[in-house]
Ligand binder design. Structure first.
Ligand SMILES: C[S@@+](CC[C@H](N)C(=O)[O-])C[C@H]1O[C@@H](n2cnc3c(N)ncnc32)[C@H](O)[C@@H]1O
Length: 277
């Protein structure tokens, strides 16, 4: 049966997906069931089109998994989005208004299920955290855990982080970037999908304040070497490693879910910690 979810998405001129219009066109009004959380699953990137109106395919750092969004995760998103969620916007966020203070904003890209991010937010009330993840069940789980822990210095976004960084984050507005266990894209022909690329770091550096940090971790040695190669190219970045490469996992970084799985499989872990001058 054809449902609203296998129809092409419709975007308005300002690139926003109009969920209500889409549902009304594809379903009789009385049968509209899907909730806000369902909608999020379909809008993790801003659609871009070529001049002749064709959808522009992008090299993305993720593959959207269709993992089940449990009722628990869905309810957490639906009930707490106004307090903890932020949507993609084509102009920079006003962080002072969002968090109600001018504490440093730490961006974490690809927080997975979000447990380590929520723990860091709980442990550091003098910092604001902004988490971005495209996997909707992870976004729901993160929000549920944040509510359970009573964390208020955290906001989450369900969208492609490269677009958020490009469009929704003001220059020199971030106190740090956390990138823990990004998808390693093991095969050489997929390396272009890795999120750590010079063009990504160029953009990131514009968004970081002086003195801000970049903290990355991976359990894939080839990706660690690639991260190091890329970061070392920037004279404005200082490596905090005594050996000029990696650091031991600092106590302030909780073990992530992905990392725990890696530990069970006997994987090594490489942390990189750089400061922008
Ligand atoms: C290997 S998982 C690691 C998750 C988590 N950091 C951990 O250590 O448990 C990488 C995550 O990054 C997310 N991701 C990859 N590219 C992304 C992007 N461009 N924007 C937002 N999330 C992204 C994926 O959906 C995935 O959940």
């Amino acid at each position: 049966m054809e449902t609203a979810y296998n129809q092409p998405l419709k975007f308005s001129a300002d690139n926003n997906f109009n969920f209500k219009e889409f549902m009304l066109e594809t379903q009789p009004e009385h049968s509209i069931q899907p909730t806000f959380a369902d909608q999020k699953r379909k809008t993790v990137e801003a659609a871009e089109f070529t001049e002749d109106g064709r959808y522009k395919r992008k090299v993305r750092s993720f593959v959207l998994r269709t993992g089940r969004l449990s009722d628990y995760q869905k309810n957490a998103m639906n009930q707490n989005w106004a307090a903890l969620g932020l949507d993609y916007q084509p102009q920079p966020f006003d962080f002072n208004a969002i968090y109600g203070n001018d504490n440093p904003v730490i961006l974490e890209i690809g927080f997975g299920m979000g447990s380590s991010l929520v723990e860091m937010a709980a442990q550091n009330p003098d910092k604001n955290y902004l988490g971005i993840e495209v996997h909707t069940p992870g976004v729901g789980a993160c929000i549920a855990y944040a509510v359970e822990k009573g964390v208020t210095n955290l906001r989450v976004i369900c969208h492609d982080a490269t677009e958020i960084l490009r469009d929704s984050i003001a220059d020199q507005s971030l106190g740090g970037l956390q990138l823990f266990f990004p998808d390693p894209w093991h095969k050489a022909r997929h390396h272009k999908r890795r999120i750590v690329q010079p063009h990504f770091i160029d953009r990131l550096l514009n968004k970081l304040q002086a003195g801000a940090f970049i903290h990355m971790a991976t359990d894939w040695q080839n990706y660690a070497e690639h991260m190091l190669d890329v970061l070392q190219q920037y004279p404005q970045l200082r490596n905090t490693s005594d050996t000029n490469d990696y650091i031991p996992r600092p106590d302030f970084r909780p073990l992530t879910k992905f990392e725990q799985r890696g530990h069970r499989l006997g994987h090594g872990v490489w942390d990189l910690y750089f400061i922008k001058s």
